[in-house]
Structures are given as structure tokens and as C-alpha cells.
Design a protein around this ligand. Sequence first.
Ligand code: SF4
Ligand code: SF4
Ligand code: SF4
Length: 323
Amino acid sequence: MGKKTIAFLLTGGCAGCEMALVDLADRLVDALEHLEVVWWAPTVADLKYKDLEDMPDKSIDLAFIDGMVRLSEQEHMVKVLRQKAKILVAFGACAALGGIPGMGNLHTKDEIFKTVYFDTFSTDNPDGVVPQTKYLVDGKYELTLPEFYDTVRAIHQVVDVDYFVGGCPPHHEFVAKAVEAIIAGNLPPKGSWITSGKSVCDVCPRNPANKGETRTPIKEVKRTIEGAPEEDKCLLQQGYLCLGPITQGDCGASCPKVGIPCRGCGGPIPGIKDFGARAISAITSLLKDEKTVEQLMEKYPTIAKLFYRYSLPSALINRRISR
Ligand code: SF4
Ligand code: SF4
Ligand code: SF4
């Protein structure tokens, strides 16, 4: 059997997902015996648009995209890669859900430009310059920049996606399993998340159910800056708003194990359409009374930043509509 051709494209992300691939270390070297990398840009090779555009359609067996779509350039490259790839994987929270950069959907493009190019303490912009998509230098040289869209989109909102992998970044142990499953052709139905199917709570050593204990209502909402949680006890039971009950646990409950509440980067467990809406429902139903609801509103004034931290672009209402 010949090697499978593989491609990686970073769009609007931080490249942390690609660090997770590098974290595979010797397992990545083993995987490369079965894979031929034909495109890995812009992080690894200085390839040009045309290098990808010139490849025959469906000539890449497997393509990974990490990062979301905010710029016209990203949209173009995602569409080209879709055309060239047989299987397309949205890899990591940004690609699969919109990710942390998707929090930008709480603001308009104009608000973001105002903050970045005018209002920050370190900005020095006396001529009020903001990026233009076209600019003529000396009346004859036209410079272009990609368009900055008003809204961040996840990859499936731009092209058809075959598989999704959660995590910010995906946990390297799980990446190894996902890559091995893909190489072996041992894949779930198209459109699925590649996941163990377990929630973070399922794999969390703090889970009261795993110790034969029952959950009790949350008596006080706490933030992590308010002190260290008790060892071995469920964070949610202690009032720290952990999203483990509705998040895929392919990370092995990395955060709760070290006393940090899960923030949902693994993506929704199967059957959930809108992660944030389900998170609000799951968490608020555990609050003891009105006082704890008031504490929640007071301690998390922009509640979308808690419940939609990684998934706002994929929500049913995926951006701020009005003030
Ligand atoms: S999912 Fe996280 S690690 Fe991956 S590109 Fe986005 S911000 Fe970076
Ligand atoms: S709510 Fe959080 S701390 Fe509690 S069992 Fe679930 S993952 Fe663990
Ligand atoms: S515990 Fe939650 S936030 Fe932390 S890595 Fe796992 S899925 Fe992501």
C-alpha cells in the first residue's frame, strides 16, 4: 500500500494545535512511514497559494485545518484545500467551533479596529491609519491586504467538513489515536467528532459518582481567584463552574486534575447542538437558589465568555446582535 498524502493548513489560530502534533514525537515519526506530507503551511514551509491551487482536485488523501476563518485569505485557502482533499478534518477548537478568537463575535469589526489601532495604551497612530484592502503607493504600485470580516466562522461554516477533533489544543495522546484511526481507515460516519465519547466528568478522578457519592446543589458560586479548591473533591460541587459534564473528555480531565475547572475546549459531548446553551442549562440547574444565580451574574458579568469561550461562532446565535 502506498503512502497516504497529507496536508496541514493553519488559518486564524495560534499554531498550538500544530505543537500538539509535534508533541507526538516518535509516534509522529512512525506515522510518517505511512504518510507523505505534501503541504504544511504557513508554519512549516514557505509555500505559496499557487502551490496548492495547482494540485489536482482530490489528490490529497487527508487534510487538517487548524484555526478559524476571519480573513478573506483564510476563506480562500480553506475552499482550495477542500477542493484538493478527499478527507478534511477540522482540527482543534478554533477549526471545529470557532475557538477563543470567536469571542471577537461579541464585538463589531469597527470596535475591534478602534481598540487595536486607536485606544490601547501602547498605540501610537497620529495619522489614524487603519488597514485597507487596497492601497496605491506613488500612484502606481497597488498593495493589497486580505479583508477582515465582521464575524469569525468555524471551518464547517465555510466548507463541508468530514471530521472534527476538539481541544485547545487537542491532547497529544488523543491526537495519536485519531491519526492512527485515520491511517487505518477506522473512521466513524462522516460529520462525526473523532472522540472517545466520554465526558470530562466520566474520566475525572474528582467525580462524586465514581466514589458512590451523590451530587448536591451549588451553595456558593466561586471564581478560581478566590482561593484554592479542596483536593479530590468535585470542583462544581465546591462552586467552581466546571463545564466537565457536557465536554468531551479526550484530554483525560487535564484541568480538573490540577484544580482548574474545565472551560469546554474539548467540544460538546455527542447530541449537543449549542454548547453554550447546554452549559447554561446544565450549570444553572445545579444552582441552589436565587442568591447563587445572582452570584453567577455578578461574578461573570459577560456570561458568554464563560459558557461560549470556545464555541461562540458555532452557536445558534453566533454573534452579538445589538448592545
Ligand atoms: S484551538 Fe487553541 S491551540 Fe489550536 S489554534 Fe486555536 S487557539 Fe491555538
Ligand atoms: S464537574 Fe468538573 S471537577 Fe466535577 S467531576 Fe466533572 S469534571 Fe470533575
Ligand atoms: S479539562 Fe476541559 S478545558 Fe481542560 S483541556 Fe480538558 S476539555 Fe479542555
